[in-house]
Design a protein around this ligand. Structure first.
Ligand SMILES: Cc1cc2nc3c(=O)[nH]c(=O)nc-3n(C[C@H](O)[C@H](O)[C@H](O)COP(=O)(O)OP(=O)(O)OC[C@H]3O[C@@H](n4cnc5c(N)ncnc54)[C@H](O)[C@@H]3O)c2cc1C
Length: 471
C-alpha cells in the first residue's frame, strides 16, 4: 500500500522538531509498492527520509518526501564459512563469507532487515536473540535504511563492521541492485550513497547483516569496559578480577589483578590460540571457573543495557529535546596547525594542559571508533587516540594530520550550554545543538550554527562543517 498525503506536517518526522510541511509525502509498505511509484512523475526535489534524525529542515519541503515502512527482520541462514540464501524472495545467491571481510567469523548469522525497521528495534531483537554485532550501536535514533547510508557508529563499532550487503532500488534504471560492503565505499559517517552524483538515486530496501553467536564483546572504547564490568551480577566477578584489555574477539583468559595468585601460578595459565586457557593447578581451575562465569555474564543484552544508560545520561532524548545528535564533523588539521593550537591552549591554560586530539598517520587509514585499531579513551565522540601510531609522532616527522574534537573547540569558544533564542548548545555535549524550547525556528538553529562556525574560525582558524544534513 502507498499512502500519499499533501502538505504533510513533518514536525514529528524529524527529531529536531522543525515545524515544516512537505508538499507531497508518500509512505510505502513493500518493495512491490516502491516499484509502483512513478519516480519520473514525482514533484521535485525528492527526498527519502528515515527517522529524520540526521536532518535539519530549514523550510517547508517543496517536492516529495518518501518514507519506507518495509518492516521485517529475518534470519536467512546460520553458516560457518559458506552458505546459500535467498534474497528478496526472488533469487538465490551463494554467499562466501570471505567476500565481506567476515572470513574469520566463527559462526556468522545472516540477518535480513527491512529499511523501515527502527535501528534500535533491530538492536533489541538481536540482543534478545543472543546475537553479537550491533549491541554497541544501541539507542542510535533512526532506521535501518539510513544506517547503511550514514555508516552509523558508536562505542568502537561502525555499522559497516556488521553489514554484509545493502539492497537497493535504483530509481534511475528502475531495477534492483545490491552492494557489497567494499562497494558501499564506507568512511567515517560516509558512503557512496551520500556522493552528490548519486545522492537520492538508490533507495535502500533492506540490509543483510552478518551477526554472530560467538561472544565478541567490543569494550575498548572510553570507559565502556569499566561500565560493563560494574554492571555485571555480583556473583560473576570479584574485585580482584579485571576484563581483558582488547575486546575485539572472543574474550581472552582473564588474569587476576591481585597478589592472591602468585606470579608463577598466573604464568602457568597460558591462553591457547583460541583464547581458551590451559590450566595446570587448583588456583588456575578456580580462575578458569570465574572467567567462565564472567564470560557468560557478558551478553549483548548487558552491553546494550549499559550503553543505553550512558547515552541517556549524555545525550538529549529526542522525544523530549529536539536535536540531530552531533551537529558538526570533527575537523582534521595539519601537524603544524595543531602545534599552533596546542601552543595557544598551553599559553591560556598552563603548560600541563593537553589538547584532546587524534593522530592520523599518512599510511594509517584508521578512523575514530574503528575497532581494527586500538582507540584510547576520549570523552569526545568520534575522537580517540590511535595507539598504533601515536608513538610515530614523537619522531617529529610532522607528516601526519590531527583530528581535533569539534566539541572541545566549541567549548573553548564558550558555547557550552549557551542559548540563542529557541536554540542552544547542549550542556552535557557541546557538539549537539538542540531545539531548546521546542519552538525554535530553523533560522535560530542555523544562526547558532553560523555563530559557532565563525567563533571557531576566529579562535582556531579552523572551518567546522556540519554533519547534519540541511534540507
Ligand atoms: C540524539 C541523537 C543521537 C545520535 N547519535 C548518533 C550516534 O551515536 N552515531 C551516529 O552515527 N549517529 C547518531 N545520530 C545521527 C542519526 O541517528 C543517524 O545519522 C541515523 O542513521 C539517521 O537515521 P534516520 O533514519 O533518522 O535517517 P534520516 O535522518 O531521515 O536520513 C539520513 C540520510 O539517509 C537517507 N535515507 C534515509 N532512508 C533511506 C533509504 N531507505 N534509502 C536511501 N537513503 C535513505 C536520507 O535521504 C538522508 O540522506 C544521532 C542523532 C540523534 C538525534
Amino acid at each position: 500500500m502507498i499512502k500519499t498525503e499533501y502538505y504533510k506536517d513533518l514536525t514529528k518526522m524529524n527529531t529536531f522538531g522543525m515545524k515544516v510541511k512537505a508538499r507531497c509525502f508518500m509512505e510505502y509498505d513493500s518493495v512491490a509498492d516502491l516499484v509502483d511509484i512513478e519516480f519520473a512523475e514525482l514533484a521535485r526535489p525528492v527526498l527519502h527520509i528515515g527517522g529524520g534524525s540526521n536532518l535539519l529542515f530549514t523550510d517547508d519541503f517543496k517536492g516529495t518526501v518518501l518514507h519506507s515502512k518495509i518492516n521485517f527482520i529475518e534470519i536467512l541462514d546460520e553458516c560457518h564459512s559458506k552458505c546459500h540464501f535467498r534474497t528478496n524472495g526472488t533469487s538465490s545467491e551463494d554467499v562466501d563469507s570471505s567476500d565481506s571481510g567476515h572470513e574469520n567469523a566463527p559462526e556468522v548469522v545472516l540477518v535480513s532487515v527491512g529499511a523501515g525497521v527502527v535501528f534500535d528495534d533491530f538492536c533489541d531483537w538481536a540482543a534478545k536473540e543472543g546475537l553479537w554485532g550491533v549491541e554497541n550501536l544501541s539507542y542510535i535514533p533512526g532506521e535501518v535504511g539510513a544506517s547503511a547510508v550514514q555508516n552509523i557508529g558508536a562505542y568502537g563499532v561502525e555499522v559497516k563492521d556488521v553489514i554484509h550487503r545493502v539492497y537497493c532500488y535504483d530509481t534511475v534504471e528502475e531495477e534492483f541492485v545490491s552492494f557489497s560492503v567494499e562497494e558501499c565505499g564506507y568512511g567515517y559517517r560516509d558512503s557512496i550513497f551520500k556522493n552528490p552524483e548519486v545522492k537520492g538515486r538508490y533507495v535502500v530496501t533492506h540490509v543483510v547483516f552478518a551477526l554472530s553467536r560467538e561472544p565478541r564483546p567490543r569494550l575498548d572504547y572510553g570507559h565502556l569496559r569499566d561500565a560493563v564490568l560494574s554492571a555485571l551480577p555480583a556473583d560473576s566477578i570479584t574485585e580482584t578480577e579485571s576484563l581483558p584489555s582488547r575486546g575485539d574477539g572472543p574474550l581472552p583468559f582473564m588474569r587476576p589483578r591481585s597478589a592472591t595468585v602468585s606470579a608463577d601460578a598466573a604464568q602457568q595459565v597460558k591462553p591457547t590460540i583460541e583464547g581458551t586457557p590451559t590450566h595446570s593447578d587448583t588456583s588456575s581451575d578456580c580462575n578458569f571457573d570465574r572467567t567462565q562465569r564472567v564470560e557468560k555474564s557478558i551478553t549483548p543484552a548487558l552491553i546494550r543495557k549499559v550503553i543505553i544508560r550512558i547515552r541517556k545520561e549524555k545525550l538529549p532524548e529526542p522525544s523530549v529535546v529536539g536535536s540531530a545528535g552531533s551537529f558538526f564533523k570533527n575537523p582534521v588539521v595539519s601537524a603544524e596547525h595543531f602545534a599552533r593550537i596546542e601552543a595557544a591552549a598551553k599559553a591560556e591554560h598552563g603548560a600541563d594542559y593537553n589538547v584532546p586530539h587524534y593522530i592520523i598517520m599518512p599510511e594509517c587509514q584508521c578512523v575514530p571508533e574503528t575497532p581494527s585499531h586500538s582507540v584510547g579513551p576520549s570523552p569526545y565522540p568520534g575522537v580517540g587516540k590511535c595507539l598504533l601510531h601515536t608513538n610515530d609522532t614523537s619522531a617529529g616527522r610532522g607528516d601526519y594530520s590531527v583530528k581535533v574534537p569539534a566539541a572541545w573547540m566549541i567549548e573553548q569558544c564558550g558555547w557550552k550550554g549557551r542559548r540563542s533564542g529557541g536554540a542552544a548548545v547542549w550542556e552535557k555535549q557541546p557538539l549537539v545543538i538542540v531545539n531548546y524550547t521546542g519552538e525554535a525556528y530553523p533560522e535560530e538553529i542555523v544562526g547558532l550554527e553560523k555563530r559557532i562556525i565563525a567563533s571557531v574560525k576566529s579562535k582556531f582558524d579552523v572551518e567546522l562543517h556540519p554533519e547534519v544534513e540541511h534540507v
